[in-house]
Design a protein around this ligand. Sequence first.
Ligand code: CO
Length: 197
Amino acid sequence: MVESAALPVTLTSPMPELEFDLTLYPAPVLRRVASPVEAFDDELHSIVEAMYRRMYASKGVGLAAPQVGLKKRILVLSPTGEEGDQQVLINPTILEKSGPSTLFEEGCLSFPGIYAEIERPELCKVRAFDLEGNEHELEFDGFASRIVQHEYDHLEGILLVDRMSPADKQRHKTALDNLVFDFKQAREKRARAARRP
Ligand code: CO
């Protein structure tokens, strides 16, 4: 008989805390349609906790899972930006958008330093699940509604750059080109490191 474990395995040890970096434009994961969460388990709790920490550390008011490299339908928000004020929406569906369309300046953690006025309806009604897998119907208005709509776009692979006016796109051309340049540089650096014996 072979004893497989040379060291005792401590089953009660907590999962190591996840640490997420931000995924910046134009990383391909930001362009994919995210997949539904299927298991409402400890891993999901850890992911959401780490997303909250990333959002607050980056001074964001919202974050979607693709922005930390995960193709999952999870978004978090904190309209006040204050810790403890956060909310998570898992597998959200926007049931209805209504009210007048308003223009408001938006930024995105995946587009550092780029801001543009984006037009969106004032209200949205969402069906989503919480961490325990309970279904909720929620209504958002004002800033919170805007965040939910922005983060929901991420789950569909739609980005700030797609919602900008042509004039804003032109105005931000250099900054956008720089992000593409940095992404390619980082990718080549990783490829070179992988080739090294
Ligand atoms: Co964003």
